[in-house]
Design a protein around this ligand. Structure first.
Ligand SMILES: *Cc1c(COP(=O)(O)O)cnc(C)c1O
Length: 460
């Protein structure tokens, strides 16, 4: 492992948060008390927390300085104007509306635009996006290229929407049933894979031909822009800022969770050009989130977003970010640990059914892997498989499992060093060598919805 080039951290550490080291015996008790569910263990008992990259970023000294300068005026706060200037500099849209996080932006947009029986196509909708569409009795439609479901195919832009499917879908349902089309960049629910500029441009062309608004779910726009710079020839000498501006120039608006590529712990926004729609969104916002110059956030949060957006488009920052994920992916792949290929922008995904082939899908191999990883090494990962996403087959009444049984190792931004990643890789490699000792699970309690958060399990 030592001879691999380490991802060089382009920062030095000024504040530290000590990690608590536990013994295997302690962790065995903790995870059993938690009903074998990593969502139910206290975070302070986790050594390396790879549950999510959302809201877990480390802020810079400039952002913390901005926190102290936050203007907490109810209306017209200076921090709002700094926020709006920073968003417009990258996204370019005429209007920006702050919200408390990404799903609030989605809720407001969809409540205003959708009616019962409508359809919203995307490459792949993220779960909150899907949920906010489905609560309005509309349908969220995933139209990604088929390659995305094959964990072994390596293509540069595995997040691209299938343009032929999109065209057919619009003609089949009729444009009047489709209030907007979306693209998620990068594709969070599909391995964190990027979408090409060509695909964004062509999606825009198809939408505008049918006079449909085109919105981007922009949570990881900077990571996506970095992949475009590295993989699409004509962009190799463009800056991340130039690439990001071009991405958004093709869209009519965007929703954003600032908890990802704005490098903050809370926040979100909607931006768009349409004046009439903006007024409707603003009126909805006032009822639920707050006055339009703060939108459910404190002035200091807006100040931190303004500064985070300036930092996230930095070349050195992004090179390290993407390099970290690729580094962990390489270590695992070279040791023969089955991983979804290629490496994505924010996470490494383990193919849990291949990692634990002796555990059938009905005994939740992905979930069993998260439990074993915590017990053996204190690492917290998340299952994206049969527990999180199974449903009942409408015809047979039997459990229906999602295409892929994954365990996601999400890398928080600027939080962990190369030696932490080495530790994670080694723990997984050791576990892989002893994989036949890991046992399947059965569910002893589950809630009717979103069962993964509170379910309890027993080892079989
Ligand atoms: C996180 C996320 C959201 C929702 O944002 P929250 O801030 O968690 O509400 C929407 N879309 C994508 C792609 C995301 O990753």
């Amino acid at each position: 492992m030592a001879e691999k080039k380490l991802p060089f951290e382009p920062y030095k550490i000024k504040t530290v948060e000590p990690l608590k080291i536990t013994t295997r015996e302690e962790r065995d008790k903790i995870i059993r008390d938690a009903g074998l569910n990593v969502f139910s263990i206290p975070a302070e008992k986790v050594l390396i927390d790879l549950l999510t990259d959302s809201g877990t970023s480390a802020m810079s000294n400039r952002q913390w300085a901005g926190i102290m300068l936050g203007d907490e005026s109810y209306a017209g706060a200076g921090s709002y104007f700094n926020f709006a200037r920073s968003v417009k500099n990258i996204f370019g849209f005429r209007h920006v509306i702050p919200t408390h996080q990404g799903r609030a932006a989605e809720r407001i947009l969809f409540q205003v635009l959708l009616k019962t029986g409508d359809y919203v196509p995307s490459n792949v909708h993220f779960d909150t996006t899907r949920a906010n569409i489905e609560v309005l009795d509309a349908r969220a439609e995933d139209l990604i290229k088929a390659e995305a479901y094959d964990p072994e195919i390596v293509i540069p832009f595995k997040g691209d929407i299938d343009l032929e499917k999109l065209e057919k879908f619009i003609q089949g349902k009729g444009p009047e049933k489709i209030p907007l089309v979306m693209l998620t960049i990068t594709n969070n629910s599909g391995g964190g894979q990027p979408v090409s500029m060509e695909n964004i441009r062509e999606t825009s062309r198809v939408c505008h031909k049918h006079e449909l608004p085109f919105f981007i779910d922009a949570c990881r726009f900077a990571e996506n822009a970095f992949f475009i710079q590295k993989r699409e020839k004509e962009y190799s000498s463009k800056s991340i800022l130039e690439i990001a501006r071009e991405i958004f120039s093709y869209a009519d608006g965007a929703t954003m969770s600032a908890k990802k590529d704005a490098l903050v712990n809370i926040g979100g926004f909607i931006c768009l050009n349409d004046d009439v729609l903006e007024e409707k969104l603003r009126n909805n916002l006032i009822v639920s989130e707050g006055f339009p110059t703060y939108g459910g956030l404190a002035g200091r949060d807006l100040e931190a977003i303004a500064r985070g957006l300036e930092e996230v488009v930095g070349q050195d920052y992004l090179a390290h970010r993407i390099d970290q994920v690729g580094y962990l992916w390489d270590l695992l792949n070279e040791a023969g640990v089955p991983v979804y290929a290629p490496a994505g922008g924010h996470a490494v995904y383990i193919l849990a059914d291949k990692f634990l082939p002796h555990i059938p899908r009905e005994q939740y191999p992905g979930w069993a892997l998260t439990v074993a990883l915590y017990r053996e090494a204190g690492i917290r990962a998340v299952e994206i498989g049969g527990v999180m996403f199974s449903g009942k087959d409408e015809k047979t009444g039997k459990d229906k499992f999602p295409e892929l049984e994954l365990v996601r190792l999400a890398i928080p931004r600027r939080v962990y060093t190369a030696s932490h990643l080495n530790f994670v890789a080694q723990a997984l490699i050791d576990l892989y060598k002893e994989r036949e000792k890991v046992k399947g699970l059965k569910i002893t309690y589950q809630a009717p919805n979103l069962r993964h958060f509170t379910a309890r399990f027993e080892q079989i």
